[in-house]
Design a protein around this ligand. Structure first.
Ligand SMILES: *[C@@H]1O[C@H](CO)[C@@H](O)[C@H](O)[C@H]1NC(C)=O
Ligand SMILES: *[C@@H]1O[C@H](CO)[C@@H](O)[C@H](O)[C@H]1NC(C)=O
Ligand SMILES: *[C@@H]1O[C@H](CO)[C@@H](O)[C@H](O)[C@H]1NC(C)=O
Ligand SMILES: *[C@@H]1O[C@H](CO)[C@@H](O)[C@H](O)[C@H]1NC(C)=O
Ligand SMILES: *[C@@H]1O[C@H](CO)[C@@H](O)[C@H](O)[C@H]1NC(C)=O
Ligand SMILES: *[C@@H]1O[C@H](CO)[C@@H](O)[C@H](O)[C@H]1NC(C)=O
Ligand SMILES: *[C@@H]1O[C@H](CO)[C@@H](O)[C@H](O)[C@H]1NC(C)=O
Ligand SMILES: *[C@@H]1O[C@H](CO)[C@@H](O)[C@H](O)[C@H]1NC(C)=O
Length: 907
């Protein structure tokens, strides 16, 4: 009796703080009221926020409840929304919120700008969107998130696991994993385990019971739930028993006696008071009768749960493999979204890479005491952050929502570009001269080049190159030029530059080699009409050739374009799902082909009825640049089509291939097999597709013969046939896949008054190499692709840039061979602070650093929100059976291979 008395007493006074110590036989359940507010999906971000019962109301509502009752907790996930709400509040409310955070009633899970997708995002963009959210929380609340929260993403990547640890998370929570694997793990009590994403980093992982993030079935009391079944005197006992049974069942799948469960679904909690009231009735019933139920339920946060769990001293299994592709049904693999909406994926990737360089340039300008407008960086960060959301970059939002994301980024990009233009004016002591980028696509011309040339004006092409220590290496610039003009290109000293022009179907492209010189950031060349005939630019002559489906391109590989027809059953391809009827077949008929053979460039061009292809190589190397223009896909026969590119090689890869995870580390894949689980793969094509965002590679057993394909945006890909790499380029469908979008993936554009499927220019780089001896080669191409120089066109007879003083000029010590380290710099909280990162992209080899004496460096976790030493000291340790290895300890001034280090630098 005494025991129960104390128990009740405890419940009343401090919502259970010590209960479990008093009676260790009780099952203890933490319920997590949490937000799941998609940053755009069926509606746009603004619609979701301002809607009746929308996010604004949701946050108002739960905050009010937390203020009223200290036993209530809430976990907010999406900082994008929280910032919108925060900016509307008065000081009284702001103080209240700060108090709630201090009480630990309000926690932020993940704390990213959004819950980013894990398949189609690039690693730099993940870091940036997490940093953006963490910076907001640090700046406003001095708050450091400690829990990762990826409960809705469609599969989980090795990189996200790795970064979760590097960001200072003690654990992360996942929802969706392969349905067969879930059952296995439930049986073996392996829904909690430790992921070792590499030799140094591990993260405790919790898989939510039954795979989602909602309330236990029958206990979703939200006013938005039409099936809600409120508690009454009549059903209270029955409902309490039901919940008790549910948790006793759940207990069988986890180790120990502490359980966790989410409360809430998409856009729930707009009437938190009624939700809590209902739940309270059942919780009180169960807690007040612990002799019957042997269970204590309380509201809490994942952070509290993880701390309690950590004290249990239980040993957990470990895992190395990632979780792709996700499937929730034997015939439904979520590998379609790896490719869905390639134009949006391409745009986000391109602007993302542009932004990395721009931030560095911007910081350098600012360090030279030139006035900059920081809101411009903030706007583009937020727009790109939003785009990483798991229904944005994935291509699984409605068309008009995708258009909204496009506009958001485009507006911010234009502002950023204007800022760059004004920097260039400032640095060249000119004013009001427009410097603008122009983009390549199929038939459009670059006005900023064509128009002035037609007026006999000189065009200055400013080259912003943020690479480091790559002096002397050669790269190639490519520009569309007017077809009827003879042009001349001069370097900065006025010397004519060599170049070659290829004209195909009235479209002319100029290729010029460029020696990299990293002693400064800004370079330029001059393009003008050639009247004196002293140009060193040569036009190459075409030679007719024949290309068929088994033709070896440049005697090296066969390039095929094929089509998968989508299944027309109720389980069909959609924005998420890939489900082809059978093997891919040839796509389109061959028309014509020509070849150009210059000193600089060799190019093969061919047309099929469905597409056009340019395959270029420079200096006769075994590196091939493929540009594919994919025309509108014909679906007039009501048949969905998914188009792929195949590279056929002679490599014997024996069902093994490698795909890099968010462009970061390579993951080994084996056809029809998962390393960690015994899973039957019923869809032989879709179930073997993996996300490729960076590169896919095959090699023979000895590794001395390898082929890798790099892509310019996220795509699905695989190696289904010996020696063949395939990547999916585009999908145009006629059915929805019933995963909630309820809109058919059929992107269109209007061309000459006709509605067509959207057309695309997509690029790949194919590399043949010796993987054993050239371990870093693949990374070299990734490095070059990411750091392609930015070209700005302006019209003026001449230009002269003043040189910027660069405090980081010697920060990265020059290697004896090629440099593969990226340096990131962006403004931080204080005016004289910068967030600085170094990513050593080498697979082998250390990057040495030399810290400039006049600057203070403080090493931090990946998102810059806490000192690394503090995190390493405070982090929770978990026991598992992972064999401990003696790793090389990198020194403070070393960055190991494929490692990233982050500092806050004060100037
Ligand atoms: C601050 O905002 C809250 C919530 O909107 C409101 O209830 C309160 O009256 C406001 N306080 C002041 C001083 O304006
Ligand atoms: C919340 O729901 C309760 C019960 O349905 C209702 O009485 C109350 O008016 C609602 N509150 C708001 C703010 O809508
Ligand atoms: C059950 O416990 C709650 C507090 O946890 C208390 O307010 C309530 O009065 C109790 N009910 C009964 C029937 O004992
Ligand atoms: C944890 O468990 C291990 C054996 O499983 C035991 O050796 C150790 O003392 C325990 N630690 C604590 C703090 O209970
Ligand atoms: C900038 O241009 C102005 C005139 O346009 C000139 O007076 C001034 O000396 C120039 N400054 C530099 C640093 O070249
Ligand atoms: C080509 O680019 C221009 C502007 O850069 C754009 O307006 C046009 O829609 C693009 N065309 C295609 C086919 O992508
Ligand atoms: C460009 O210069 C050439 C040669 O000086 C001249 O023939 C032509 O008319 C000029 N074109 C324009 C548009 O000024
Ligand atoms: C499809 O391709 C696979 C792999 O090449 C092959 O084993 C299978 O026989 C093909 N199926 C059909 C129906 O052609």
């Amino acid at each position: 009796m005494l025991l129960i008395f104390i128990l009740i007493f405890n419940i009343q006074c401090n919502y259970l703080g010590q209960v479990s110590q008093i009676r260790s036989d009780l099952i203890r359940v933490y319920l997590f009221p949490h937000s799941h507010d998609d940053v755009g999906w069926i509606k746009t971000i603004n619609e979701y926020y301002f809607d009746y019962h929308g996010v604004q109301q949701i946050i108002n509502s739960y905050i009010e409840e937390l203020i009223k009752d200290k036993s209530k907790h809430f976990s907010q996930v999406e900082v994008a929304y929280f910032k919108m709400w925060w900016n509307e509040q008065n000081n009284t409310m702001k103080d209240n919120v700060k108090q709630l955070i201090q009480n630990q009633q309000l926690e932020f899970l993940s704390g990213g700008w959004c819950m980013n997708d894990e398949a189609t995002t690039y690693y730099e963009d993940i870091i940036d969107q997490m940093t953006l959210g963490h910076k907001f929380l640090l700046e406003n609340f001095n708050y450091v998130p400690s829990i990762g929260w990826q409960i809705d993403t469609f599969g989980h990547s090795n990189t996200q696991a790795l970064f979760s640890n590097m960001m200072g998370f003690n654990a992360w929570f996942l929802g969706r994993i392969d349905h067969q694997e879930r059952l296995e793990r439930e049986k073996k009590k392996e829904l909690e385990f430790v992921i070792h994403s590499d030799e140094e980093n591990s993260i405790f992982t919790h898989i939510n019971y039954y795979g989602f993030y909602s309330s236990p079935q029958g206990f979703d009391f939200d006013i938005s739930n039409p099936k809600r079944n409120y508690v009454s005197n009549e059903n209270l006992e029955q409902k309490s028993e039901g919940l008790d049974q549910y948790f006793k069942q759940q207990c069988k799948s986890y180790r120990g006696k502490i359980l966790a469960h989410t409360l809430g679904m998409d856009f729930e909690w707009s009437n938190a008071s009624s939700y809590f009231q209902q739940m309270d009735l059942i919780i009180n019933r169960i807690n007040n009768n612990s002799h019957k139920f042997n269970m204590i339920i309380e509201y809490g946060t994942p952070k509290q749960y993880i701390q309690a769990l950590n004290q249990q001293n239980v040993s957990y299994p470990f895992q190395k493999e990632d979780f792709f592709p996700y499937s929730d049904h034997p015939h439904e693999y979520w590998s379609g979204f790896f490719t869905s909406r390639p134009s949006f994926k391409g745009y986000v990737k391109r602007i993302g890479r542009y932004f990395q360089q721009v931030k560095r340039f911007y910081s350098l300008v600012q360090m030279n005491n030139i006035i900059c407008d920081e809101t411009i960086i903030q706007d583009l960060s937020e727009a790109l952050g939003t785009a990483q959301h798991h229904d944005a970059i994935t291509g699984t939002a409605k068309q008009y929502v995708i258009n909204d994301y496009f506009n958001l980024i485009h507006k911010a990009y234009i502002k950023m570009d204007n800022q760059i233009s004004s920097f260039l004016n400032y640095l060249s002591n000119t004013s009001e001269i427009l410097h603008s980028q122009c983009q390549f696509n199929e038939s459009d011309t670059c006005d900023s080049l064509f128009y002035p040339l037609s007026q006999n004006k000189t065009v200055i092409v400013t080259i912003i190159d943020t690479k480091i220590n790559n002096d002397g290496q050669q790269e190639y610039l490519k520009m569309l030029i007017p077809k009827n003009l003879n042009i001349k290109v001069d370097d900065e000293l006025g010397n004519p530059i060599k170049g070659e022009i290829i004209c195909i179907n009235d479209q002319c492209t100029l290729y010029i080699p460029r020696q990299i010189n990293n002693s400064k950031l800004l370079h330029y060349i001059k393009i003008m009409v050639d009247f004196d005939n002293n140009s060193k630019i040569i036009r190459l002559d075409p030679k007719l050739i024949e290309i068929k489906k088994d033709t070896k391109i440049f005697d090296k590989f066969i390039l095929n374009y094929k089509v998968y027809l989508s299944n027309s059953s109720s389980l069909s391809s959609g924005a998420y799902i890939f489900r082809p009827i059978g093997n891919a077949t040839d796509y389109g008929d061959y028309l014509s082909a020509i070849q150009f053979s210059g000193q600089i460039i060799q190019q093969i061009y061919f047309e099929k009825t469905t597409l056009k292809v340019w395959i270029s190589r420079f200096d006769n190397q075994d590196i091939f640049y493929i540009d594919t223009f994919l025309d509108s896909i014909d679906i007039s026969d009501q048949q969905g089509r998914e188009i792929i590119l195949q590279i056929h090689t002679d490599i014997i890869n024996d069902n093994i291939f490698f795909t890099n995870s968010n462009g970061f580390k390579f993951q080994k894949r084996r056809l029809n097999h998962r390393e960690s689980q015994n899973i039957k793969i019923k869809e032989k094509i879709a179930g073997n597709y993996f996300p490729i965002n960076g590169a896919i590679m095959i090699m023979n057993k000895d590794g001395n013969s390898a082929c890798a394909v790099l892509n310019d945006r996220a795509q699905g890909g695989s190696s289904l046939i010996q020696g063949v790499i395939e990547l999916m380029l585009q999908r145009r469908l006629v059915r929805d896949d019933n995963k909630g979008l309820f809109e058919i993936l059929d992107e269109q554009e209007i061309i000459k008054g006709k509605k067509l499927g959207i057309r695309q220019m997509i690029s790949h780089t194919v590399i043949f190499y010796n993987h054993e001896q050239q371990t870093n080669l693949l990374r070299e191409f990734q490095y070059q692709q990411d750091l392609q120089p930015l070209l700005y066109f302006s019209t003026q007879p001449s230009i002269r840039y003043s040189v910027l003083q660069d405090l980081f000029q010697e920060f990265l010590i020059k290697q004896s061979d090629i440099n593969l380290s990226k340096l990131y710099i962006e403004p931080w909280l204080q005016k004289n602070q910068y967030l600085v990162r170094v990513h050593n992209m080498r697979e082998e080899g250390i990057q040495k650093l030399k810290f400039p004496k006049e600057l203070t460096f403080q090493e931090t976790t990946l998102t810059g929100n806490q000192e690394l030493k503090v995190w390493e000291h405070n982090r929770l340790k978990w026991s598992d059976k992972y064999p401990k290895e003696q790793n090389y300890q990198y020194k403070y001034d070393e960055v190991g291979p494929m490692r990233i280090k982050t500092w806050i630098v004060t100037i």
